[in-house]
Design a protein around this ligand. Structure first.
Ligand SMILES: [Ca+2]
Ligand SMILES: [Ca+2]
Ligand SMILES: [Ca+2]
Ligand SMILES: [Ca+2]
Length: 230
């Protein structure tokens, strides 16, 4: 766990901004303490990737608040692919606000060099799978990255087991297996071979290229693991 603390707070200004990145997929918590006055925290990611906080960055990924009587920290699992902006806004009922702010992170490192896209052309290629083999992926899906699509090639007919686990954050990562049967680089609903509802599912597959989509359709934030074995 890493911890960083800013005791400067804000005194007269209405807002104060913090800009940061995460070294790994992390369970991030941001808490205000020692608050005089009161205010809210809103966490944004740089959705238009221009390095600046602007009106195109939003909606907020998470929010929290702090006052003399109550503190509601921000808590969310988030990926390392983003630049984040935290906005601390003084409540208008107070003329000044002072606070300590603490950033805590618990890291859940992924094992991929790049984030998987959401289409066959941008899917992350896990490579070949043959009997006795196993492919592993660990990454994030959630509010700032809705899904991850993987591709693998089964080199021979085999019973393939798909296993998933939610490592941190909200549960319910959805995993669906596809085959691009008409070779148009689009995964149609009719090309779904089924979804993994429990922790794992097995199915008999012919040799060929397959796609596995991991998603968080209710926009929770999850660090997950996926393994495909034959
Ligand atoms: Ca921006
Ligand atoms: Ca991801
Ligand atoms: Ca993705
Ligand atoms: Ca297709």
């Amino acid at each position: 766990m890493a911890r960083q603390r800013d005791t400067a707070g804000l005194v007269d200004a209405e807002k104060r901004f913090y800009k940061f990145r995460l070294g790994q997929i992390s369970d991030l918590s941001i808490a205000l303490s020692q608050v005089s006055g009161g205010g809210t925290m809103r966490l944004y990611n740089d959705t238009n990737r221009n390095g600046q906080f602007d009106f195109n960055d939003g909606p907020a990924v998470a929010s929290g608040s702090g006052s003399l009587s109550s503190n509601r920290p921000i808590s969310a699992v988030l990926p390392s692919t983003e630049t984040y902006f935290l906005e601390v806004t003084r409540d208008f009922t107070f003329s000044t606000m002072q606070y300590d702010i603490t950033f805590n992170t618990t890291q859940y490192p992924g094992n991929l060099p790049t984030d998987p896209g959401s289409e066959p052309t941008t899917a992350f290629n896990l490579g070949n799978l043959s009997r006795g083999g196993r492919l592993d992926a660990r990454d994030y899906v959630g509010t700032v990255d809705n899904n991850d699509l993987y591709r693998f090639t089964l080199t021979e007919a085999a019973t393939v087991t798909f296993a998933k686990a939610d490592i941190a954050g909200s549960i319910n990562t959805e995993v669906t297996i596809y085959q691009d049967q008409n070779n148009n680089n689009i995964l149609e609903l009719s090309e779904s071979l089924g979804s993994v509802f429990g922790p794992q599912a097995s199915t008999s597959l012919q040799a060929g290229t397959y796609y596995v989509l991991a998603g968080q359709f209710n926009l929770n934030n999850t660090a997950y693991s996926l393994s495909i074995s034959a």
